[in-house]
Design a protein around this ligand. Structure first.
Ligand code: MG
Length: 160
């Protein structure tokens, strides 16, 4: 088995009145993440990390904004499709470590549900999915509550 590490980052703007989808769950909140998709920055960071580790480019290349079949795509479907592409190239996803930066809502109460939803979408056992969160100490757009950002590191293995 050959290990491959991937890193991903994403940020989406918050807009009043949109549903908030984050790490494949919907969280009750006055604003949600803006995007061509459901705006799930956490799922996008993980997908980018997976694609990077496998040498498959990035989300933009794999799920183009201009392709109508990906319009409004959910984080869960994006991750499922990403893992399918990895498998097609002989890779297996083994582990995910996610960090979410958000001033609000508080992520702690939703952490368990996020881990379950991500593990389901990615086909991973629960202990192989880690979700961490922090505020941005009031600094920059995330700190002002105008956006939510996410960082992800993943481990893949390739046979042979
Ligand atoms: Mg994105």
């Amino acid at each position: 088995m050959i290990p491959r590490i991937g890193f991903g980052y994403d940020i989406h703007r918050l807009e009043l009145g949109r549903p908030l989808w984050l790490a494949c769950i919907e969280i009750p909140h006055p604003s949600g993440l803006l995007g061509h998709s459901d705006g799930d920055a956490a799922a996008h960071a993980i997908a980018d990390a997976c694609l990077g580790a496998a040498g498959l480019g990035d989300i933009g290349e794999n799920f183009s904004d201009h392709d109508p079949q990906w319009k409004g795509i959910s984080g869960a479907r994006l991750l499922d499709e990403t893992v399918r592409r990895l498998r097609g190239r002989g890779f297996a996803l083994r582990q995910v470590d996610l960090s979410i930066l958000a001033e609000a809502p508080r992520i702690g109460p939703h952490r368990g549900a996020m881990i379950e939803a991500l593990a389901g979408a990615l086909g991973l056992p629960l202990p192989e999915v880690s979700v961490k969160a922090r505020s941005n100490e009031g600094l920059d757009a995330v700190g002002r509550g105008e956006a939510i950002a996410a960082y992800a590191v993943v481990l893949l293995e390739r046979h042979g």
